[in-house]
Each structure stands twice: as structure tokens, then as C-alpha cells.
Write a protein that binds this ligand. Sequence first.
Ligand SMILES: NC(=O)c1ccc[n+]([C@@H]2O[C@H](COP(=O)([O-])OP(=O)(O)OC[C@H]3O[C@@H](n4cnc5c(N)ncnc54)[C@H](OP(=O)(O)O)[C@@H]3O)[C@@H](O)[C@H]2O)c1
Length: 293
Amino acid sequence: MTRWLVTGAGGMLGQDLAALLRASGADVTGLARSELDLTDEAAVGAAVRNVRPEVVANCAAWTAVDAAESHEDEALAVNGHGAAHLATACAAAGAWLVQMSTDYVFAGTGTRPYSEDHRPAPRSAYGRTKLAGEQAVGQLLPDASYVVRTAWLYGAHGPNFVRTMIRLAGGSGMVDVVDDQYGQPTWTCDVARQIMALVDSGARPGIYHASSSGSTTWLRLARAVFTLLGADPRRVRPTSSSELARPAPRPAYSVLGHGKWASAGLAPLPDWEYSLRVAFPSIASAAVGQGSG
Ligand SMILES: NC(=O)c1ccc[n+]([C@@H]2O[C@H](COP(=O)([O-])OP(=O)(O)OC[C@H]3O[C@@H](n4cnc5c(N)ncnc54)[C@H](OP(=O)(O)O)[C@@H]3O)[C@@H](O)[C@H]2O)c1
């Protein structure tokens, strides 16, 4: 039985990963931010020494993309230095580290899926801080770390786009959604299962892309959610990023390539539309129960 430590265990991915690991029979310690603050280097070292994990999955992050533009130092303290603290602690304890990262490390101006070794060029503060985390982990723990980039996450826990569309579909008004950003809506449970499979595979360390197969736009995702709920998808109107300007630039093309999974003997994540249908009952009932984000 593998002993895991999940940091950021109160977050959207952390909750699903900890639950799926427990369901698989793993020995899991999940620590939410109130139990372990990644910016506290001494506390990080003590937690890893106490838990003695074989694998640490770092799901903690500053994920407020727009707020990071005006608070880059605070975001870096979590996403960059926090990841470095964990990598240092893992190196001392002989543990592996799975560091979660993001499509925002790329410029998002491409026209073909970004491969795992494509040169990062983040255009936002959030992307820069996540890249700093990737680099720290790669340097401090090169032989015992996976950087797992994901994108456009949704799940039963926490605010996300799919839950927001579920709430809006329940109303009667029109909804404006951008149709000029391409990406891969990705279910947290698919990512969690892929992390578990990656660790089990004994694949070589490095960068892997855990985003859904296929790609779409936010508009088409919103319409798919409306359709699944039996609401009229024509209530979702196309708009453009320039009409919905936000502090942090959004990548226009955030499609990740999945070529590296073959080297681990693993298949990429399923197609986004398939996973949305599978995930939908659990997301919709959680959105009704908790109020969607
Ligand atoms: N959501 C997406 O669309 C997306 C896309 C690409 C990549 N990712 C990456 O995937 C991973 C998981 O994201 P998520 O969507 O599950 O994010 P999330 O729901 O925001 O969860 C992140 C968790 O980290 C915690 N946290 C923040 N600062 C911390 C600190 N200093 N010490 C310890 N914990 C801290 C947060 O606690 P509080 O809530 O109390 O602040 C939160 O529970 C992250 O690495 C993220 O960068 C996410």
C-alpha cells in the first residue's frame, strides 16, 4: 500500500484525488491550507517528516488568476517557493513529488497542441509563478518528480465554469460566453485517476499533460452543459475576449499535446465531451446541494 500526502486537500482537485486514493486502498494524509501552509518552509519539512509519504501530490496553489496580476509576490510564495519547499522536503525524505501545473505556462498563441517539451512563455503572473514551481521541482528533485499540467478544470467541489453554467441554465436569461478561446475542459476525477496511474506505472520523471482529449471553446462547453440539463443552448450567446476584458490575459489557444503518455504505457485522458457526460450527474447534484460557483 502506497502512503500519500496530498497538499491543498481542501481544493477542487485535492478533494477528489484524496477521495479516489482512499477508495483505491491507499494510505492517504490530506492536508488543507489550514493544516499546512506551503509558504511555511519549516512546517512543510515537518509535515513530510511526520507523514513519511512515498508520494506527495501538490494540489495546493494560488489559483486566483486575475488577482495574481496585482499580487504576484504572494502567488509566487505559494506556486513557486511553496513547491520548492515541498521538493526540498521530498528530497530529504526520499519521497516522489507530483507537482500540478497549468496550460498557462504557454503563450497560448499557437495553432497546434503544445507538446510537453514546448518552450514555456507565460503571459500572466499566474503562469509565471506556476512555471517557477515547475522549474524548482525539476531542479531540486529531477529523479523523483512528475510535473502534471492540466487545464480548464471542473469538478464537484469548488467554483468552476461548469457549475456556473449549471446555475445560469436554471434561470431564464441570455448568457454571454466567449467563443475565441480554445482549450480542453478536464474533469478533476480524470486527472486524479491519471496521477494514480502515472505513479503506479513507474514512468520516468518529467512533464506530462493531463488534460482531456479533443478541444472546444468556452461557448461550446456552455452550450453542452445547457443541452445536458435540457435547457435551450441558444440562450448562450457568443462574445469575444476583447468584450470581456480581464486583468490577466487569457490564452487564445490552450490545447495541450499528449504524446508523452505513450512512453509511460498509458493512454491520454478521455475526450472532453465523453467525460462531461460521465461527470455530469455528480457535478449537477453537487451544484444543487452546495450552490454552484
Ligand atoms: N482550476 C483550473 O482550471 C486549473 C487549470 C490548470 C491547472 N490547475 C492547477 O491544478 C491544481 C489544483 O487546482 P484546483 O482547481 O484544485 O485549485 P483550488 O480549488 O483553488 O485549490 C487550491 C487549494 O490550494 C490551497 N492553498 C492556497 N494557498 C495555499 C498555501 N499557501 N498553502 C497551502 N494551501 C494553499 C487553497 O486553499 P484556500 O481555498 O483556503 O485558499 C485551495 O484549497 C493547481 O496546481 C492549479 O494551479 C488548475
